[in-house]
Design a protein around this ligand. Structure first.
Ligand SMILES: Nc1nc2c(ncn2[C@@H]2O[C@H](COP(=O)(O)OP(=O)(O)OP(=O)(O)O)[C@@H](O)[C@H]2O)c(=O)[nH]1
Ligand SMILES: [Mg+2]
Length: 226
């Protein structure tokens, strides 16, 4: 079979699947608006420090936040967040490498969140820099973490997520003396993809940048009702 014939026979099944997801994401958006919560979709490679940052955020705003966390298996991350006094729901995807809008809809139902229960709802996505970028959950903003041990060259290697984010969190900054991560390079490469994002340099270990990020999210939530 010629290449041309093979190309003619390809069926693009991605489009309808994405549309179904987008429809549910739209319903989530309505739900989040009714709750009055600012919702972020937190995305990074495995181990960049998402859950540790949520634990550090809980020290500042436990009563103002709620968390939905996705992993392939185990309830460990939700337990870690709950130990800090934050309402948290774990989604075990059973193998899927990303969360989709339906899973988040079911999770918000299971949590029975009511208007005013939280100002900020964080969805910690499955650790993966690729697949979560393509699935809208109904969030207000995608936030990506890039930790120093991963290297400063990752933004252009994984452009789909970094072109869609509203905040870039450069994490584990306490490790800077041991790493040759060029922060300016990572930011400049992100600016080449995306003209509208804020950068935060964060160490959940020392607390650097955590207050600033919490304040940023709370200001976003205030803006919802302003
Ligand atoms: N030095 C240092 N280590 C950190 C920091 N934040 C997280 N870590 C460590 O990094 C490892 C992974 O952190 P997690 O918070 O579990 O990362 P995650 O992104 O939630 O991981 P997944 O949910 O598995 O994708 C843990 O051993 C943390 O203690 C930080 O600010 N500084
Ligand atoms: Mg985690």
């Amino acid at each position: 079979m010629s290449d041309q014939n093979t190309a003619d026979r390809k069926v693009d099944i991605r489009q309808p699947v994405m549309s179904a997801n987008d429809r549910i994401a739209e319903a989530n958006r309505d739900r989040f608006a009714a709750l009055g919560a600012y919702v972020i979709n937190m995305i990074s490679s495995p181990g960049a420090g998402k859950t540790t940052l949520l634990q550090a955020m809980a020290e500042r705003m436990a009563d103002e936040m709620a968390v939905i966390v996705g992993d392939l298996q185990t309830r460990r991350d939700a337990e870690r967040v709950r130990e800090k006094g934050v309402r948290a729901h774990q989604i075990e995807t059973g193998g899927a490498c990303h969360l989709d809008a339906r899973a988040v809809m079911k999770a918000t139902g299971a949590m029975d969140l009511q208007p005013g229960d939280c100002k900020v709802l964080v969805v910690e996505n499955v650790g993966n820099l690729v697949c979560p970028a393509s699935f809208e959950l109904g969030e207000h903003m995608k936030v990506a973490l890039l930790s120093l041990p991963e290297g400063d060259d990752k933004v252009l290697k994984y452009p789909s997520i970094f072109s869609r984010i509203g905040a870039l969190l450069i994490t584990k900054t306490d490790l800077a003396p041991h790493m040759d991560f060029d922060v300016d390079r990572a930011i400049a490469e992100c600016e080449s993809l995306n003209k509208d994002f804020r950068t935060f340099q964060i160490s959940a270990r020392t607390g650097e940048g955590v207050d600033a990020f919490c304040d940023f999210l709370l200001a976003k939530q205030s803006g919802l009702t302003a």
